[in-house]
Design a protein around this ligand. Sequence first.
Ligand code: PHE
Length: 459
Amino acid sequence: MASRGSFSSRAGFILAAAGSAVGLGNIWKFPFEVGLGGGAAFVVMYLAFAFILCFPVMVTEIAIGRKTGKNPIGAFGALGFAKWSFVGKVGTFCGMLILSYYNVIAGWALGYLVEMIMGNFDVGKNFSQYTTNLVKVLFYTITFMTITSYVVGRGISGGIEKVAKILMPTLILMIVSLAIYAFTLPHAMEGLKFYLVPEFDEITAATIGGALRQAFFSLSLGMGTMIAYGSYLSKKENIVSSTALVTLTDVCIAFIAGMMIFPFVAFNNGGDMNNLVSGPGLLFINLPNAFASMGPTLGVVVGSFFFLLIAFAALTSTVSLLEVPVCYVVDEMKVPRAKAVWYVAGIIYLFGLPSLLGFGISDFFSNGIVLPASTDFLSFAASLADTLLLFGGFCIVTFAFFIWKKENLVAEIKNGYEEYEGSFAHRFLDIAISYVCPTLLATLFVLVVLSHFFGISLI
Ligand code: PHE
């Protein structure tokens, strides 16, 4: 059998997994969720959930992947529980769904990058015209999907790992520089205050749920990305410390993204943080205006860097999303990777057309969805994906601890971490995986289904 490939080093794995985690979720979604969810209080909860909930789920996913060396569907069968492969199936479907709409937003970012380079700052004011320009959105989304497919087609160490090793350090450098620059702008303080001073009376049950869902999405959990990446990881590596680093990188970048975006927004609004454009437009509408005010030369530089940063962050996530169905097709259908990639990407692209048309091009996909949480197709797809991730996360931890059994999980984690048994990490993870994660995930899953799909809000 041809080798499936593997990560060539610990750093390569960590960068690729962090690359999956750090994405539009951190730079595009996190700030607008913070805007909706009352500023700093949301940030505090996000940080807490990343470590209490997400870290244990990630360790579990990576351990399952590494133990079996399989894609998320095949992994359950390889452990002797083929009945549970439905979890992998739901996850793989969910990954395809996320990629289908994620690619649309990534395409906008790529298009905005070109507009910034050309100095067309008005694109922000004309966001709704931009999203209805069929030729442009088709062109950029096809380009983005093609780049993603190309990277995944090159395999693990020659494609995904290589790209992560270049893009992640560049991304960190860019985001830190932009945040420092943003800090020097007029009204930066008002932006930072909104972002960093918690107003605890703004913490409601809905904000807590939002922070939890955001953390889960941001760490790429619940659909098997980390099972797939874990399947390429060497037995020598310490899963717990690698996961801790990935989690830390993800939360740090989300945090710094806020440090960059809120000063930009405050600068644009003259310090008024009361009437924020929240939702998807926060970034695409507000920021080009802010760049315009910096003057033609500086505006082009800062604006181009900014959207390049977003495109880089998106790319290291889209490759991880595409990898999940691709590794299934490669493992189970024995189709060579270089071919599988294009078939799978083509199908996902078609899947994404309703989301692409749902920003004004097609009336039905823009306004015709009659669900409490969404009227356009992209928000519908995103809500559905969010819900499925919670379901997947619940099933994965429950499976690992109670069906596969915790002794086996511990034995796998001990590879590369001899002293794991009896350590603090072990005690913490045992409690988290057996009680905390299943309870939180199941509760949130029920609440989200009721509110997204039935309009019933219990909290
Ligand atoms: N974590 C990515 C982000 O924050 C999105 C993602 C979700 C990627 C699930 C893979 C799997 O943008």
